[in-house]
Design a protein. Structure first.
Length: 108
């Protein structure tokens, strides 16, 4: 990381394809990552909470045993640790994730 501003839109433009992530910043005990969502991501879960901020577009979070949650640009949702989930995007959209640096994209 540098001491220069980071353009989220520029980093999004450089993402190579669906579900590819790029780290934006590390702050205290958290990392901000951006990813392009398109289609269905595999079901997974984490040992920690995961914050989803819909940057643009719209996507759905399927949650095991719960009603799905749809996020539109500017909306935030936290998937609590241990909840099996998967993002689903009918059209390309982008998400900013706030999680621990060691969090695996495909969960536990």
């Amino acid at each position: 990381m540098t001491n220069e501003p980071v353009s989220v839109d520029e980093i999004i433009a450089g993402l190579p394809g669906p579900f590819q992530q790029r780290e934006l910043a590390v702050v205290n005990d958290a990392v901000l990552r951006v990813a392009r969502l398109e289609g269905e991501f595999p079901w997974h879960w984490h040992d920690e909470d995961e914050l989803f901020l819909c940057w643009d577009g719209s996507f759905r979070l399927d949650l095991a045993g719960q009603r799905p949650v749809t996020l539109n640009a500017g909306e935030i949702f936290v998937v609590r640790k241990g909840i099996e989930h998967r993002p689903v995007a009918e059209e390309p959209s982008h998400v900013v994730l706030v999680e621990r640096p060691e969090t695996s994209q495909y969960g536990n």
